[in-house]
Design a binder for this molecule. Structure first.
Ligand code: DAH
Length: 340
């Protein structure tokens, strides 16, 4: 009984919809079917007196009726719009000289852009970029960098080991000894890439992040060379007005070691929210390559000297573009990414 009723309603509506000529007519049909006083509302009300099984059965049929009519209305709406457009076109109302909407075009991700910018600044100073391996061995990631297994510095590198020997590199510094072994001084090399640490995610930390390691080795390289080179980098990256501050810091693979801060690009060193009212923002770690590292590479530390530095690409991008949360780089939010 009910089945036949639904069929009848459905057939009637499909015919009505098919013969509607205007959007207004379609709207009327829509409300007589789905509106507050529409047929479907009535059918649903009738269901109140049915038992559970019948309710299920009727509910299904009502849904079929609803989607059948909605589909028919969708198709008819498009047909009506096409006819209208054709009419407008024929009467000359459509301005065919208007420029069309441009299709969305892709863009290089901001982290890649920043990586390329950093690399190009150092390339202009003669540094050569070298790809590194994301799966590293314990020796190059730690041992050769003067971080033996008992060294407390390992604690700060929450390492994901693959087995006893291999791990996901925790920094790009391991490339120092690899490159040194493959070539001989003078060397000026850069190695960018992905690093992994077992860190909890928050606004400043991500378990996967990107670094660039750089180092230079030759005879008679001094701390002055390090300072000049990295000051030039900061000025190119953050603006000519930028000044730098060096403070002693400890990294087992350099001696002496330092961290470099740049004057805050927002307040020019006056002190603001971005720099925590300090006027300075920490950019990178650096230092003179430790004799132990040279020994691992097979270089005579009395003959050669050099400096090394490591910086986080996310960190530089956050500072340069005022991005408050590292997670924004990985969420693939087009609104955010299309700004760059
Ligand atoms: N590898 C260090 C880290 O991940 C960064 C670093 C500090 C690299 C000092 C260097 C350096 O080459 O000299 O924290």
């Amino acid at each position: 009984m009910f089945n036949a009723k639904i069929k009848e309603i459905s057939e009637k509506f499909v015919v009505d919809i098919g013969s509607a000529d205007t959007k207004e007519m379609l709207k009327e049909i829509h409300s007589s079917l789905l509106g507050k006083k529409g047929i479907i509302t009535d059918l649903l009300k009738e269901m109140a007196y049915l038992d559970v099984e019948a309710k299920k059965e009727h509910g299904k049929l009502i849904n079929i009726l609803k989607t059948t009519c909605e589909n028919a209305m969708g198709i008819r709406q498009k047909e009506i719009e096409e006819v209208l457009l054709l009419k407008e076109f024929e009467s000359g109302k459509v301005d065919i000289t208007l420029p069309s909407r441009m299709p969305l075009s892709g863009n290089i991700h901001i982290l890649t852009q920043v990586e390329e910018e950093i690399i190009s600044i150092f390339q202009n100073m003669g540094f050569i970029p070298v790809d590194g391996n994301e799966i590293e061995d314990d020796y190059h990631n730690f041992e050769a960098l003067n971080i033996p297994s008992y060294h407390p510095a390992r604690d700060s590198h929450d390492t994901l080991f693959i087995d006893d020997k291999y791990l996901l590199r925790t920094h790009t510094s391991g490339m120092q000894v690899r490159i040194m072994k493959e070539t001989s001084p003078p060397i000026a090399a850069l190695s960018p890439g992905k690093c992994v640490r077992h860190d909890a995610v928050d606004a400043k930390h991500s378990p996967v992040f990107h670094q660039i390691e750089g180092f230079l080795v030759d005879k008679h390289i001094t701390f002055g060379d390090l300072k000049g080179c990295l000051e030039h980098f900061c000025k190119k990256m953050f603006g000519e007005k930028t000044s730098i501050r060096l403070r002693p810091d400890y990294f087992p693979f350099v001696e002496p070691g330092a961290d470099i801060s740049a004057s805050c690009i927002i307040c020019n060193g006056e002190g603001c929210k971005t720099c925590g009212y300090e006027g300075w923002i920490e950019i990178l770690g650096c230092g003179m390559i430790h004799p132990k590292v040279f020994e691992h590479a097979g270089y005579d530390p009395y003959l050669y000297s050099g400096f090394a530095f490591g910086l986080g690409i996310e960190r530089v991008a956050m500072i340069k573009y005022g991005v408050p949360d590292i997670r924004m780089f990985y969420e693939n939010d087009i609104e955010f990414l299309s700004q760059f």
